[in-house]
Design a protein around this ligand. Sequence first.
Ligand code: HEM
Length: 233
Amino acid sequence: MSAPSNLAARGLLNSTIGAKIVMALTGFVLVGFVVQHMVANLQLYAGPDALNSYAAGLKGLGGGSVVWLGRAFLLACLGLHVAAAIKLGNRNRAARPARYAVQRFRQTTYAARFMLLTGFVVLFFIAYHIAHFTVGVVQPESFSVVDAAGRHDVWRMVVAGFRDPLTATLYVIANVAVAVHLSHSVTSMFATLGLSVGRYKPMIERIGPAVALVVLLGNISFPLTVLLGLVHL
Ligand code: HEM
């Protein structure tokens, strides 16, 4: 990040509303990626050629530069999202030395704690997932395969990966955490941006759970269909 934009980000993070806006905007980018990623991965069901040519096409865009720009942008969003969460968490604790006595407030605190817990699980999952499918440190034997056209055999890597019940179970659990995180955060993102008002409020309150459910069903279908033998090598 350049010096002025670094200063601007620090300035925003230093006020509660600024940190909330940073969380909402970066969350919007991250949830957009997660939805797009799940939809693109549905090509698993279209067979090796579809998924492998999609992956090769993506990696070849702009001679490879587009994918690196995308990675840098996503990483910056994730970093800012976590930094804003830490700032807001610290500020909430400092402003509330005594425990609430009223149930309504306690519920918001539970939601916030749940967000922190699932947020940590999602962070660990992303690190593990990149080590698995992007770097090939986990299950290296299925990472370094190429298909008949000489492309990285992403389809075989995913199917071989999920044939291991422990790996498949880890993915299912991690994706439940992703869904719990999305369920609350997508709705609160709209509220922060001032869009959860009037007659739109009931709809916005359902958007988070709906997005979370669709992403969950798509994502857990991959390890489950492989484990059930519906998709196989
Ligand atoms: C079971 C569900 C999922 C499957 C099957 C899956 C599959 C994959 C595959 C195959 C790749 C490597 C693509 C390639 O080498 O061309 C990948 C990369 C990645 N996935 Fe997933 N994914 C899943 C869920 C998720 C979730 C929930 C997140 C985020 C919370 C996520 C974040 C990422 C990231 C950040 C990368 C690295 C992209 C890059 O190469 O820069 N994935 N995923």
